[in-house]
Design a protein around this ligand. Sequence first.
Ligand code: CA
Length: 320
Amino acid sequence: MGTAAALSPPRCGRAASVGPVVAAAVLVLAQLCAAFNLDTEGRVVYSGPRGSYFGYSVEFFGNSSSVSLLIGAPKANTSQPNVTEGGAVFLCPGSQANCSMIDFDKQGDRYFYINGVNTQVEFKSHQWLGATVRSHGNNILACAPRYYWRTEHDLPFSDITGTCYLSVDGLKTFVEYAPCRTERHGPVGQGYCQGGFSADFTKDGRVVLGGPGSFYWQGQLISATTEEIVKAYYPSYFLLSVAGQIQTRQVQGSYDDSYLGYSVAGGEFSGDDDEDFVTGVPKGLMLYGAVSILNGRDLTSLVNLTGEQVCAHLDGVLFL
Ligand SMILES: [Ca+2]
């Protein structure tokens, strides 16, 4: 999952006076340990452009007879005009080291006429596409949590909403999915959402995104089926309404700065046929950190699990 750092700085500090003892312990351990590869005979080494953070995220793609790797490189340069380090996802065959860049988006930044002036309304440079990449069958989801746009208001706001691209039909069809790019701008709304900071597919192929910056960093989950996302997509429209999409809502201010959606995964917890979601809330519950399980039907809370140590940052990464 992605951990593209652009959220507000954490308030939990580290102890400052552990230096000599810890350094000595690390030195002893380093002398006792040695790294090893599980399979030195049949390994394949993949590499990407220098400085692209190639390998920041990895995912399998394909079926049991033909498995490829998807490798994110969120600082890679692409052929998009006038975009610097937009980020990329590479498709790498399972048995060969030659990777090819997937063209999720070939376009540069969009411009709209605002009050008669041709104005740049989105900013794809340094957006970190590929910080998050997930697959399900023939579908691939890749997200750029540091993407931002200008908003449609007269005063220019730079809202870091994040955006994602969904490929369906085995790399034949590509659509954008940016559910935090809404009229609810600024930190009070979804303006700092960073949608796609985390993401997953359920077993049925439903998409779920984490956006830890929404609503003064309360964070939120947003989910829709791939069919609903493709049906709603219209490339000329900036603000799209996805029929059937569900999302968590803003709650009282005591939940500000919780970062719900920092990590996310699907799983069944309620005993019905609708797969539920489990999400990390690393600064929730008075900074103890929490893992929250939400009902897949309506995203209502089923249970919260918490840690025993303040600032434990439970749980940054989730896998089911
Ligand atoms: Ca369920």
